[in-house]
Write a protein that binds this ligand. Structure first.
Ligand code: GLC
Ligand code: CA
Length: 552
């Protein structure tokens, strides 16, 4: 079926780091509005806005204290309305971040809930008695420590799968669900165009709350009892009936540690739940006993097997999202490409080709279109992310990893790699702010910035622009069937897309060496849609070369 969100390219804005309009060092809504023409030039269709709601910022806005108010640092509701209108004027849609697995502990509901056991808001959250003077079970939080916080007022514990300032909502309570649907309706009535739903597959918890498997010797893993939980599909169908189905909007659910069988239902063409989900399989490869904290590179073959599985199993049944980067992931050119001066540009283009030519809706995270790199800050003091800082202390203080090793892991995988300010130009602080940025600007902004790249037809920016434009021109990019090629290669990612009698051949060299590849020699006539090299060598792909050929 033809649906606008299948033909769209989505651009994620992390407002805090995008553009600061008033010099306080923090990006804001007016900063976004000022740069809408830049996004229009790039050609994207939809902006996904990370949370802009009122928040004490324990987790940069993912801890919301009022769903119907704008965070003071980001501006006012008038600024929001203006941004929305200006975006719409340019044909750009706005996707809001919906964070309803948890709220902030400063949300009015929680302030009430913790007051007493018979408070009308008590059951809005998940409260349990302790066991033998300890937490109700062994679950660890995603941000370190126990997932339970003791609360003196009523001598009970509340559940928080993330920080203790992010208590989990109790979705078993019908009133909670109703409140959430009302709030969503309120935003839809304002004219927004959809939702990206934060950890949405965690909202239904196993009500027996069993201990989780202990993997790293500290806490039990809650994920088996929280992710893709017992009533998740029931809740999403209800949300769809009550809200989503009433508007022409799109939805993408963040599905932490989801299983493909569940993801196929969330994103199923017929299931009446969501339009698509973000799965984590390709960005979780290489995880170890200490979770994501590693400084090893992932072998290409594993990456291919993972992504190819999602491509083939979803064919004709469910719709994929395509992403390398977001505000929780390191920069893709540093992770799967090569960010050395010699190969940064060519490998960034190769990665973009590989992803954008697959089947699904592609997401671009701010700065990815410039080939921005990891931050590589040497000192913990230069990082701001609660996950990074908590993990550093927990893992080094318990002797699970040395301080030196942990710093290397943070440089490789930490979330602040994505969150350094957007690099606009060569002026102080990359043109992001006239004040002091909340997180240090990557010093490589003199070499990597939007102003230079817009002027340079061979830049990563212009390459993304072309990729986005191709999607509008060739239906095969949207609807072609996916078939993998060269499955055994450890160097080349190759596949075909097929629609009617048309075929599109895509091949990408993930290494800095010349690698044999005969795929193109077999095709006598065809049209090159895009490549990061002007000339090709027969039988060979050059370092990080990517080629896309359309033929019959
Ligand atoms: C999601 C967000 C992440 C946040 C977490 C808790 O994973 O993407 O940034 O910390 O949920 O809300
Ligand atoms: Ca500001």
């Amino acid at each position: 079926m033809k649906q606008w969100w299948k033909e769209s390219v989505i651009y994620q804005v992390y407002p805090r780091s995008f553009a600061d309009s008033n010099g306080d060092g923090i990006g804001d809504l007016n900063g976004i509005t000022e740069h809408l023409d830049y996004l229009k030039e790039l050609g994207i269709d939809v902006i996904w806005l990370s949370p802009i709601y009122q928040s004490p910022n324990d987790d940069n806005g993912y801890d919301i204290s009022d769903y119907r108010a704008i965070m003071k640092e980001f501006g006012t509701m008038e600024d929001f309305d203006r941004m929305l209108a200006e975006a719409h004027k340019r044909g750009i849609k706005i996707l809001m971040d919906l964070v309803v697995n948890h709220t902030s502990d400063e949300h009015a509901w929680f302030v009430e809930s913790r007051k007493s056991k018979d408070n009308p808001y008590r059951d809005y959250y998940i409260w349990k008695d302790g066991k033998d003077g300890k937490e109700p079970n062994n679950w660890g939080s995603n941000f370190g420590g126990s997932a339970w916080q003791y609360d003196e007022a009523t001598d009970m514990y509340y559940l928080h799968c993330f920080s203790k300032k992010q208590p989990d909502l109790n979705w078993e309570n019908e009133k909670v669900r109703k409140e959430v649907y009302d709030m969503m309706t309120w935003w839809c009535e304002k004219g927004i165009d959809g939702f990206r739903m934060d950890v949405i597959n965690m909202i239904s918890k196993d009500q027996t709350f069993p201990d989780g498997p202990v993997e790293d010797g500290l806490y039990g893993n809650h994920q088996p009892y929280v992710c893709d939980g017992p009533k998740i599909h029931e809740y999403l169908k209800e949300m769809n009936r009550e809200v989503l189905s009433k508007y022409d909007i799109m939805t993408v659910g963040e599905a932490l540690n989801t299983k493909i069988e569940h993801a196929m239902q969330y994103a199923g063409e017929e299931s009446g739940e969501l339009n698509m989900v973000f799965h984590f399989e390709h960005v979780s490869l290489g995880e170890t006993l200490v979770g994501k904290w590693t400084n090893k590179k992932v072998p290409l073959k594993e990456l291919k097997q993972t992504l190819n599985k999602w491509q083939t199993q979803f064919e004709g049944k469910a719709w994929n999202s395509l992403y390398w980067d977001n505000h929780d992931q390191p920069r893709v050119v540093s992770r799967f490409g090569n960010d050395s001066p010699m190969y940064r540009v060519v490998s960034a283009k190769m990665l973009a080709t590989c992803l954008h030519m697959m089947k699904g809706t592609p997401y671009v995270f701010q700065g990815e279109e410039l080939g921005m790199t990891n931050a590589y800050y040497d000192n913990l003091e230069d990082y701001r992310d609660i996950e990074t800082i908590n993990a550093y202390h927990e893992l080094t203080e318990n002797g699970l990893i040395t301080e030196e090793e942990m710093m290397e892991c943070i440089k490789n995988i930490g979330r602040d790699n994505a969150r350094t300010p957007m690099q606009w130009d060569k002026t102080a602080n990359a043109g992001f702010t006239t004040g002091t940025p909340w997180l240090k600007v990557n010093p490589n902004y003199l070499l990597i910035n939007a102003e230079d790249e817009r002027k340079d037809p061979n830049s990563v920016f212009h390459y993304y622009k072309k990729l986005i434009a191709l999607r509008k021109e060739y239906e095969i990019i949207v609807n072609g069937r996916f078939e993998s090629l060269m499955d055994d290669s450890e160097e080349i990612y190759a596949y075909e897309r097929i629609l009617g009698d048309e075929r599109m051949l895509v091949a990408c060299n993930f290494t800095d060496k010349e690698v044999e590849c005969c795929l193109f020699d077999a095709v006598s006539q065809g049209k090159e849609l895009i490549s990061n090299y002007k000339q090709h060598k027969k039988g060979i792909l050059r370092p990080y070369e990517a080629r896309v050929l359309l033929y019959k």
